[in-house]
Structure formats: C-alpha cells, structure tokens
Design a protein around this ligand. Structure first.
Ligand code: FRU
Length: 327
C-alpha cells in the first residue's frame, strides 16, 4: 500500500540470547523488508521482568503506534501491558501471555496442546509405564504453566504405572538445566524419561546424563524443533533427543497482523499456530523440508536486496537526469 503513512511498531522481547528468539526476530525483519515505511523499535529485556516493564514504558514514551510483547513472566508484566492497551495503543501478545484479556491479538501455538501431545506421546513410548522427570521453563511464564498442565493431564488418562517423579525448574535455559542435572544426579538416575520444556534444556540435560552410565538410559524429549546444527530437529537426527514438538515462533505472522491492525483491515484476534512431532519416523523428511524452506527464504532475501539496489541505481540516475535537465 503506497499510501500507508509511516508506522512505528515497538517490540518488547523477554530474552533473546537463544536461536528460537533470533528466529522470531529474523522472521519479523523478513516480513518488514516488504514494508520499508514501517519502523521497528526493538527492546530485549534479557530475561528480567523488571527490565521488561521499563522497556515497555520506554516504548510508550517513544510514541509507538503498536506494541508487540512476549512477556518474560505473566503476572509482573500484566499491569504495564494493560496500561498501554487502555491508552489506545493496539497490543499484540506473542508466545508468552499476560494474565489479562486486555490485548488486541495473540500469536502463538497452544502450549496446553503441545504438553498434552507430549504426554500422549510418552504414554505410547512407555507402554509398560515409567518414571518421568520434568524440566520446566520459568514457572511464572505461561508456556511453562500450560505445557506442564497439558502434559500431566495426558498422563492422568493412563494408569498409575506412568507418573512424574520430579518437576524441576530449568528457567528455559540450557545452563540452568545442566546445573540441575549436575546437582540432582540421584533424582535423574530414577527417571526412565526426561521431558524438557524446550530443546535447549534437553541438550543441557543431555550434556550431563550422557557422561554417566547410571543416567544415560533415560529417554529425552524437548520442544521447539528448530532447524539448524545442534538444534531440535538435528538433535533428533543425531539420536540425542527421542522426540521434539514444533513450536513456531510466529514472527512473520505478528508483523502481518500488526499491519492489518494499523491499516484497519480485518484480522483474527487469536492466531493459533500448529504443532507437530518430530521423531525418528519423520526426522529425515523434516530436515529436508526445513532446508528447502531456508533455501527459498535466502533466495527471497537475495532477490529483495537485488531489487533494492536496482531501485537505488534508478533513483540516482533520475536525480542525475534531473540535474542535467536543469543545468
Ligand atoms: C526461547 C524459549 C523457547 C520456548 C519459549 C517459551 O526463549 O525458551 O525455547 O519454547 O521460549 O516461551
């Protein structure tokens, strides 16, 4: 839309030192490349809820037209997000939620469903029953809460032979999950299966248990299923993870919905993305598909750069012609 006025979107990210958040940001910039008139102000709270409150206030101060936010923890971030929403600025919540209904649109997969599918998967994987150790994300963040609930409810549908022996907090981080495993070896030794709320924590756990014969027999599940070396799909391919569940970042969708909101076009309030399991049965095809998509995206990005440089040549030639004409 050539007539669109300039918009400023503020994006408050809870943390960004991991591949999943980088993928989200990359998807946003890729989508934004088609809309050079739109500006993005990006803030990373570095996993601090206090910092994120400050970041959102700063964005409000900067005069943003729309806020995209992925709350580090739901409760502490809720009041400031409600404040922004009530001031008339549209709010898109992505991935992690607040505790409030006061937002314009939500983008993300259904974390209850992901936990539930993981639980059903485990019930199939361990027909004789077994002891499960769960490594959760930050307990104050909604994906950790919903994944846990979905998971234990799926297990409850089975008999008492399958149960969770421990639920430990890995704070979404590989290094914390690694520490947990180092410090609680005895508890891990009892587990037949470890369900980590993301692939990074599964990898951190693996780094400890693979070094110890008493622990190494445990099956290992994660979530995210990112493509790339040592990320979820590849970890399944290497046999490090038994399975992972796709958790799309929704970065491109967030920009799409943001522009629809700003342009006054129709949009969905709840944008729920689909999950799927990646395990030994489909990891090769998943990998091929992911590589193909990455290739196509790189092609598109190259084309876009080429178009931009053509355009800038055209503009400078026009200026030159103009100068020649008037002199
Ligand atoms: C990345 C991450 C993902 C996880 C999501 C949950 O920062 O920890 O691994 O699926 O956040 O919000």
């Amino acid at each position: 839309n050539p007539n669109r006025s300039t918009y400023t979107i503020g994006f408050s990210q809870c943390v960004d030192n991991d591949d999943w958040r980088q993928a989200m940001l990359h998807e946003m910039y890729r989508e934004l490349a088609f809309h050079p008139e739109v500006q993005l102000i990006y803030k990373n709270a570095g996993a601090s809820s206090a910092q994120q409150i400050q970041d959102i206030r700063d964005l409000e101060e900067a005069g943003i037209d729309l806020l995209i936010v992925s709350p580090n923890e739901a409760a502490p971030i809720t009041p400031v997000v409600e404040e922004v929403f009530q001031s008339g600025i549209p709010v898109i919540v992505i991935d992690r939620k607040t505790t409030s209904e006061q937002y314009t649109a939500y983008i993300g997969a259904d974390n209850y469903e992901i936990g539930n599918i993981a639980g059903k998967y485990v019930a199939n994987l361990l027909p004789e029953g077994g002891r499960i150790l769960e490594v959760t994300g930050l307990p104050g963040s909604t994906p950790a809460q919903a994944r846990h609930r979905g998971f234990v409810e799926a297990l409850r549908a089975r008999d008492a032979s399958l149960f969770v022996i421990d639920t430990l907090n890995g704070q979404w981080e590989r290094s914390i999950a690694r520490q947990q495993a180092q410090q609680q070896r005895k508890r891990y030794a009892k587990a037949d299966l470890i369900f980590a709320h993301n692939d990074m924590m599964a990898l951190g756990t693996y780094e400890v248990i693979s070094q110890d014969t008493a622990l190494a027999q445990a099956k290992l599940l994660g979530i995210d299923a990112l493509p790339g070396i040592n990320l979820g799909i590849d970890l399944v391919d290497q046999g490090i993870l038994d399975a992972t569940f796709l958790y799309p970042t929704g970065g491109d969708k967030a920009i799409e919905v943001a522009l629809a909101i700003l342009d006054g076009h129709p949009f969905e309030r709840e944008n729920i993305m689909q999950t799927t399991v990646v395990d030994a049965s489909n990891v090769k095809i998943s990998k091929l598909q992911a590589e193909k998509i990455a290739d196509q995206q790189q092609d598109m990005e190259r084309q876009q750069t080429a178009i931009e440089s053509q355009l800038s040549i055209y503009r400078s030639q026009r200026t030159l012609l103009y100068i020649v004409a008037i002199s």
